[in-house]
Design a protein around this ligand. Sequence first.
Ligand code: HEM
Length: 503
Amino acid sequence: MLGVALLGLGLAVLAYYLLGKYHHSDEPPSPPGLPILGNLIDLARASDNITKTFGVLGEKYGEIFSIRMGLKRMVVLTSKEAMQSILTNEATFARDNSGMFADWSFHKNLGIVTSRGGVWSKTRNWTFKMLREFGLGKSLAMEGYIQIASDLLFAKIDDKLGTEVNVDYFFHQPIQTTMWLMVVGRLSEDDKEDIKLIIDTEERFIKSGVLGPSVVNAFPFLRFVFPNWLGHKVQILAESALQMDFFQTCNSIGKKLFDEMKQKLKASPLTSQPVNLLEAFVQNCGTDDEIFNCENFQIIFQDLLISSSDTSSSFLESVVLYLIAFPEMQEKIYQEILNVAPNRRVINFEDRKRMPYTQAFILETHRNARTIQNFAPRRILWDFVYKNYKIKKGTIVIADTRLHCENKQIWGDPEVFRPERFIGEHGELENASSVISFSFGKRNCPGELHANIVVFLILTALLQRYKISNPVGQTTPRLDMKPGFTLKPYPFQLVFEKRNLKI
Ligand code: HEM
């Protein structure tokens, strides 16, 4: 073990001297850094709150600066202008494919989140075109899926009325179930077991801290040297037949679904249009082997579950945090719900047009919670220039949205949680495009509309039924966010009280 560590260290020293000891004057400015460690010490010194680190350096070095995480050369973007201009450039349409990101997809070019080139564009375009046909982003179909998923959530809440409820991962199940329904098209008892297994392993994976600006990210080889300490075991090793890691769990369930569908379509080929993503995918097998193969399905399945669930559920946790911190805002949203649906009918996505305060509250939550503050790392495919700065092939690009979200010139009073900043003189929604949570360009978040619909429908359905408050006698929970794969609230508790649903 020690031999492997020393060999890794030796190679790291050699690579440092051979590949890039010197900072070139045409590259974005950079803190000086040290051999091997690069700027890890500068990063650690910048702030003891990791969510602030890049912003603190941005205040000193500007909207674009270079750093080295160990041997990894990175460029950090802190202004909307730099993000918009650089992330829409085709030269940035690849991902970091080292360390955990390589483990993510069998170390192959597969799926959507970590893939590149033709595989990425064909897989992404086909998958989201199909998902749209099966309801993604379409309010009517989504309302059906969310109704099924919300019923599970409300049953859980009804069991806990009046008691203190822990919010940690509270929304994972309805979010995961909504995506499952779109991909698999059914929800049997076995499916519910599989969803539970995925959620349990996913939580452990996310909590292990292997994602984000970690030691593993700077020195990927260390994950093999200290697998337990660095959370790698949670990522790839089976501990027992029932307690498998997230990737393995997801991959084996994805394979089971693929094989079952293959058998089914072999026995009785479809006579009508496919009705879910799995059916459509297997039906296409044989038309383009690079895309329609079992391994690519396994990674697409995993990508969709992880990219839709942790993001939207962390965001919803932030929504309920602000609802209990600002009860008068909760009341305003409830009044809008009563206004559009005085007979307590189900709220639909069309209703949002008459609910500007609710929409403004969601936007203000995006600005304050910054759920994916660092987007997802991109990798530069060829050298290109931004405002006289040369960004070199192979550099990893990271965005950091905090300085934009806290910019006094844009927001006036960024430190205040104030949904009204998104409401114009005549009650119309304004400044929505200043919120940049879903990134930019062709490699932005393809689930933006889906996320917006899910959040709006779950929030309104929740408040139509329940009043949510801070447990009596407890101080208001802290409002800053906990770092991780996504930024989410520190664990807190709340109490649900049923509203009178009679007319
Ligand atoms: C509050 C909810 C969400 C937020 C804030 C969010 C944000 C993001 C961001 C910032 C990225 C990185 C884009 C880039 O590299 O520039 C991303 C990627 C992605 N998101 Fe989302 N997302 C959310 C929900 C969803 C949902 C619901 C889905 C699925 C329906 C989804 C699917 C994806 C996928 C597949 C990618 C990878 C895209 C690619 O590499 O081409 N996201 N998301």
